[in-house]
Every structure is written in C-alpha cells, then in structure tokens.
Design a protein around this ligand. Structure first.
Ligand code: ZN
Ligand code: FE
Length: 260
C-alpha cells in the first residue's frame, strides 16, 4: 500500500510522490523541475529514495540532475540513451520493488517512442495505481509526437485492460480542456456531462482532477472509446476518408483535438 500525492510544477504538470505509509523514504515520478520536489521533501521531512521516468521530454526529466546530486539513489527509466542520469533501464513486463510494492513496467509508445508506464496492484488505499506520464490523461491522451495512431491505440488498449478501480496518475492537469473536446465528440454521453460538472467544481477550488480511474476513463474518454457508435460517427463526420476502424477513429479524433 502507498501514500500518493501530487507536487505541482510549471503551469500544469504533476510530479507524483509516493511512499509506504510507515516510511519517510519517497519516490517521485517525472520530476521535470527539482525545486518544488526539494520544497516538498523539506516541508514534509521526507527523504528522496529514487526517481521514476516515463519518457524523455524535459518537463518530465529536467530535475534528474539536481535531485541526484549528493544522493546515491536509483533513477528508473526507459531504454533511451538520450535521457541523462538513468541508472536502471527497465523494459516491458519488468517488475521492480519500490516502497515494498511490486511495479510492473508497461511500454506505451505513441506520445513518444520510449514511453513507459508503471503499474502496481497496491497503491493508495490498496487500490491499483498507474503512473502513465503523457500517454493517458483524464479525458484525453498524449499528442502523437513520435509514434503512430496504431501504436497509441495498442498502448491505450493495454491500459484499458487494467482493473477498473486502477487509479490513473497522469502527468498533466489537462482535464477541463480534454472534457470540452470529449463533449464535442460525444454530445450525448450522460456520464461525460456529470464529469464535466464535477471537474468544474474541483477546478474552482483549485483541486487536482487527477487521479481518475480506468472505469471512469472507459465511460468518458473518447480515446478509449473509438469503438463506440457516437465516436465513430463523429470521426466520419470530421473526416469522410475514415474507414471507421478503432485505430482510424483514434487517428481522426487525435488530429481533430490537435486543432481544437
Ligand atoms: Zn511529454
Ligand atoms: Fe509532459
């Protein structure tokens, strides 16, 4: 079991911090900025035990150098020589033990080619937890900077098969913009209307809308719903060349979102 909390960074990044409830040794996921991490460690009297990296973008890796200076700690990350400071390269289906919990590595190419996610069956309150960087967002998915729609579809499909109560710890607070787009795709999705109200209330209090759950995402995230009739219809209205396959629907709505 883990205690998991967000550290806000830049405009809309979350650096997730976790530890065993009875321990002051913490891990951070995707520390793009070292400063708020050092502040949190000091404020809560915690000690940094290691770093997890999901992909090479600097808003996720920028703090590695400073945070590892004078600390002999492991830095887990994907097999990408362009990320300076990784001490432990991890691959698909590897398992690592952190804070007394087993984590499984899942490769999730699409946003970048090196992208990975970290899954544990025993996160906050004993529910499963997924640290998925910029692959799956609340109500959305990462832009296709390096990978193809086919790769993103495969990656999201894998995540969609995780237990419904898996908490989704993504790396950005993009929820409101994502749900606005989701509503354009699926104007008749009742669950989506409900979520939009809830998210509006959270953001009015400046509270994080993350984590979500796999179950919630399956009900409202258009990028996990490219086999649903209303999503297929929206894609073919948008791009008449769409062949209506789930991959092609994802391709069309991802391109639509890029210009939304
Ligand atoms: Zn990124
Ligand atoms: Fe990012």
């Amino acid at each position: 079991m883990l205690t998991i909390s967000p550290i806000s960074a830049f405009d809309d990044n979350y650096i997730w911090m976790f530890h065993a409830p009875d321990s002051r040794d913490v891990f951070v996921v995707d520390p793009g900025d070292p400063t708020p991490v050092e502040e949190a460690l000091k404020h809560y009297k915690l000690s940094l035990a290691g770093i997890l990296i999901t992909h090479h973008h600097v808003d996720h890796t920028g703090g590695i150098n400073v945070l590892t200076k004078g600390r002999n700690i492991p830095v887990y990350g994907p097999d990408n020589e362009n990320i300076a400071g990784i001490t432990h390269t991890v691959r698909d289906n590897d398992t690592i033990e952190l804070s007394g919990c087993q984590f499984r590595i899942m490769t999730t190419p699409g946003h970048t080619l090196d992208h990975i996610a970290y899954f544990t069956e025993s996160g906050e309150s004993g529910n499963p937890a997924l640290f998925c960087g910029d692959t799956l967002f609340v109500g959305g998915c990462g832009r296709l900077f390096e990978g193809t729609a086919e790769q993103m579809f495969q990656s999201l499909s894998r995540l969609a098969e995780l237990p419904g109560n898996t908490a989704i710890y993504c790396a950005h607070e993009y929820t409101q913009a994502n749900l606005q787009f989701a509503q354009a795709v699926e104007p008749h999705n009742q669950m989506l209307q409900k979520q939009i109200q809830q998210v509006r209330a959270f953001r009015a209090e400046n509270l994080p809308t993350v984590p979500s759950t796999i179950e919630q995402e399956l009900a409202t995230n258009p990028f996990l719903r490219s086999n649903q009739p209303e999503v297929i219809q929206a894609a073919s209205n948008r791009d008449s060349s769409s062949n209506a396959s789930p991959v092609d629907v994802l391709r069309v709505i991802r391109a639509w979102k890029d210009n939304f």
